[in-house]
Design a protein around this ligand. Sequence first.
Ligand SMILES: NC(=O)c1ccc[n+]([C@@H]2O[C@H](COP(=O)([O-])OP(=O)(O)OC[C@H]3O[C@@H](n4cnc5c(N)ncnc54)[C@H](OP(=O)(O)O)[C@@H]3O)[C@@H](O)[C@H]2O)c1
Length: 510
Amino acid sequence: MSLSDSYWQGNFCVEISPVPNTIIIFGASGDLTFRKLMPALFNLFRRNLFHENSRVVGCARTVMKTEEYRNRLREKMVENVEDPAELDRFLSKVCYMHGGYQDQATYSNLEHLLEKLEKGQDPVPNRTFYLATPASLYGEIVPLLGRYGITEERNADGWRHVVLEKPFGHDVKSARALDMLLHETLSERQIYRIDHYLGKETVQNIMMLRFANVLFEPTWSNKYIDNVQITVAEDIGIGARAGYYEKAGLLRDMFQNHMLEMLALVAMEMPSSFDANSVRDEKLKLINSIRPFPIKHLSKYMIRGQYTADGDMKGYCEEDGVKPDSTTETFVAAKVMIDNWRWHGVPFYLRSGKRLKRKVSEIAIQFKKVPYSIFQPIAAKDMQPDVLVLTVQPDEGMSLGIQAKKPGPKLCMGNLTLDFKYNSIFGGQSHDAYERLLLDAMLGDQTLFIRSDVIAASWRLLTPVLEAWDSFDAHNLDCPCHLRKYKAGSWGPADAAAIPKSDGFKWRNL
Ligand SMILES: NC(=O)c1ccc[n+]([C@@H]2O[C@H](COP(=O)([O-])OP(=O)(O)OC[C@H]3O[C@@H](n4cnc5c(N)ncnc54)[C@H](OP(=O)(O)O)[C@@H]3O)[C@@H](O)[C@H]2O)c1
C-alpha cells in the first residue's frame, strides 16, 4: 500500500479518454511555451493523456527548422526528464513553422500544413489554438485565422478552440472591444480564456471541499465566519517584464483575474451542476454582488503601494525599462464586501504584491470565536478562532486550526493544526496547472476557463478604481489615495494594516 493509499480511501476518478487534437501554438519561441506549455504537454504524453494521433505545431516569427526547434526544446526540457527517449518520442510529434503574425502567407501555409498532418485521420483531430503571444497580437491573429477558415467548424470536422492568455483588456472599454473582435470570428463556446490559478489543485479543491462535504457548508456564512483573507505574495520583482507591467500594474495583473476568481469560488452559491456554464453562472452572480468600491472613501477600502530598494534589491523605479517617476502599483490591499444574505457584514480582505517577504498564496477562512466558554477561567475572548487555510502555493494543501485539549493538567487548551500537503502524499506526482488546463482545452471542457461576462463584471468593478487612481496625484502625500512606498522584502506598506484594523481585525502573519 502506498502512502497516498493509506490517506485516500475510495477512488472515484472520472475516466479520461484523450481525443485527437492538433495543438497550434502561436508565440512558440517564447518563455511561456518553453517553460510551461511544452513541459505540460509532455507530461500529458507521459501519462497517456495525449492521444496517439495528436500533434503540436509551433508557430512564431523566429526563423528555424523543425529539427532546430526540437533541439531547443530538448535542451531546455531534458534536465527534468527521467527518460530522454520518451522525450524524443514526444518531440517527434512536434513540428515548427515560422511566419509573421500579420503575414497572410503564414495562415495559408498553416492551413496547408494542418491539412497535411490531419489527412486521412479518423476521426479528424480537433484543433486547439494557443495564443502564447503578447495580448496585443490577439486582434491580428484571430481575424486572420477566421479569414482563412482555419477556425471554422464544419460538420464533419472536429472542434476549433482558441486558448487566450491574460490580459483580457485593460478596462471595461478595451475588454468589450476585444470581446467584440473575438466574437466576429469565434463563438463563446470556442474561446478558452485561461487563468492558470484555476488549474491549481487547491483552487479546484475549493469546490470539492464546499460541495462534497456536509461539514463546511452549514458554517459557510456570516453566521460563523468573521472574515476571509486572500493573499497572493511574490518575493520576486518584475524581472524583465517592465514593458507589460508598466501598462498593467498589480490591480490589473492580479485582482481582475486570479484574486476575484478565487474570491468567487470561496463565496459563490452551489452551482446546479458541475458543468461549465452552471459554475460560471454562479461566479458571475457573486461578482455582480460585490459592493462597488466607494470612490469618495476609496483609501478606506483599497490602498496601493510600490516597492523601494532595500540592500541589493532594486526599487521598482530602478528596474530596467521602468520610468524613474512611475506611479505603477506593485501592491494592493483591499476590503471587499458582498451584498447578499450569506455574506452580509463579512469583510473579504485581499492583498497581493511583488517583492514581498516571501512567496505565498493562500485563502484563510477565519471563523468566529465561540460565543461563550464553559471552560472557565478560560474566557471565550481568550480562545483562538478556528481557521481554515487553503494554501495555493508554494506547498499546495490545507490546514485547519482548531482548539483542542493539550495533554496535561485538567484544563489545558491550545491550538491544534490539522495539516495536509498534496506534495507530502503524492510526492512528485502533482499536476502542473497548465497540464490540467491544456487537457481540459483538448477535451472541450470550459469549466476552469473564464467566460466573457465574468470578465466584463470584474472590469466593471475595478475600472472606477483605476480611473480614480489616474485622476489623483499619486505622489501627493496629502491625498488619501497616494501611492504608498514599501521596502522590498517587507510585507507591503504599513498603512495596509489600517484596512482590517478599522473592523477590529488584522492581517494574518505569514
Ligand atoms: N511567461 C509566463 O510565465 C506567462 C505567465 C502568464 C501569462 N503569460 C502570457 O502569455 C503570453 C506569452 O508569454 P511569454 O512570456 O511567452 O511572452 P514572450 O516570450 O514575450 O512572447 C512570446 C513570443 O511572441 C513573439 N513576440 C513577442 N513580442 C512580440 C511583438 N511585439 N510582436 C510580435 N511578436 C512578438 C515572440 O516570438 P517571435 O519573435 O519568434 O515571433 C516571442 O517568443 C503573454 O500574453 C503573457 O502575458 C505568460
